[in-house]
Design a protein around this ligand. Sequence first.
Ligand code: URA
Length: 282
Amino acid sequence: MPRTLDPELRRALAERVRYCHEMGIHDFYRRESAAPDQIPSSTFQSEPREEMAARKSVVARTIIEDNLVAITPNSELGVSDPAAALKLIREDLGDCTRCKLHQQGRKQIVFGVGNPHAELMFVGEGPGADEDAQGEPFVGRAGQLLNNMIKAMGLRREDVYIANIVKCRPPGNRTPEPDECGTCSPFLMRQIAAIKPKVLVALGATAAKNLLAMNSSLGDLRGRWFDFKPPASDPSWPGARLAVTYHPAYLLRDPRQKGETWKDLQMVMKYLGIEAPKKGAE
Ligand code: URA
């Protein structure tokens, strides 16, 4: 039977989580204890309304304190070197077992790759078989196309940073599920906050919808700018601009969209002041 939270407890819990996020705390471990709906209703029944409300909020607070244990502040907070910060985030991630993907055939975690000082960061959906085998994002066929797109922009793969919404391969390359994205995304947020790119490019609908928390179609999201700033990032960093474009794997299936993708990338290049290499130039 689904358990529903008392609205007061839900509000207090949401407030507490928001506060923790602002403090840069993203990891919560839930300890099973008496859920509010398991508190015998008789506890409050014979009390006057005000006393009952007061008691209830004390109980609510106690339950929240009891349930949120082992709160870890982000270890990279205050670390200004992005490479060092990324290393700390990777250490926090450990041999992650936070979501079910860890027991669905993943060979290894695919953390992210590239320049910790990158101005441009690409975010895909999740590792495929090649990425799972090599431990690096976008190394298969879609990765070759992404490399070509990066080259066409006048950049090298080593100039940018590449990561995914989820860091473990979903079985059979299925789309990552909301709970998997939700569990993994705090680590991606921390990577973005460490790198502080000028531009983020969301590759495909899964990346776009998760980063923007919007359920619009890719057609509606691409071709324009969004502002993006992860929670608990450096207050002096204005955040990134975010553009959405087609996923390279989709372009392999429907190359007709390459022209539209190039328009999106040109929008990014214009903002970053990058000129496309002249034809024939290496
Ligand atoms: N597709 C993705 O979304 N990410 C990868 O790393 C590889 C393929």
